[in-house]
Design a protein around this ligand. Sequence first.
Ligand code: KIV
Length: 266
Amino acid sequence: MPSITLTHLKNLKHRGEKITMLTCYDAIFAHELSSAGVEMLLIGDTLGMILQGHDSTLPVTLADMVYHTACVRRGNNGGFIIADLSFMTFSSPEQALHSSAQLMQAGAQMVKLEGGEWLCETVRQLTRNGVPVCPHIGLTPQSVNVFGGFKVQGREQKQAEALIETAKKFEGAGAAMLLVEAVPPSLGKALSEAVTIPVIGIGAGPDTDGQVLVLHDMLGLSMTGRIPKFVRNFMKGQEDIQGAIKSYIAAVKDGIFPAPEHCYAE
Ligand code: KIV
């Protein structure tokens, strides 16, 4: 499969074709997902919960992220690789540059960082230094202790407007993509319309430019039995993992996932 580039991903948005992303933490799944046609592989810091058994993403270290990024790179068959800057590894532009260098050298093609417009200077510095950046807005799990739990964001008009302003500022600072988590569908749509860069949603309704899920969630694997509302088990009705992955790609591309039952109330 030819390698997916940022230009290709931007073209998909402009053509109105949905973009597919799944989390991926190792070589064998990188091979399976990219060979099936998933466009973006996210080495998310959710690996702290999924692989390491923690109850949040906070314990994940930069060394963990570098290790898993290198594993994904070795199995990847042309997918676009994006890696998370884990908790407290980007608290200044200088630290973000140093941390991102390690992720890019391990095989990432873009870094993702959680937070708001105070990160614009960091986005600018990274972009200037050759690192494409995807800010993650809405519910940002690294701030779970500030939010007081995993809560839907942007339901109030003021908060929704602030998120749209933040998205525009990030685009102005050079961000190449946005990821938005846990917002009402109307806000997911408004965010995607507010910027020209691709907006990938999780729990953000059907109208974002693309969708992402945690791989193990969509394969029906859970240690806790707590399944977020926005997850669909794609193993149902499939014989194997390849079937589930292909069914996810088709459902996203055809706009039938997420369905209303996977969306938060307005
Ligand atoms: O870390 C992660 O896996 C993520 C997803 C929830 C999108 O950010």
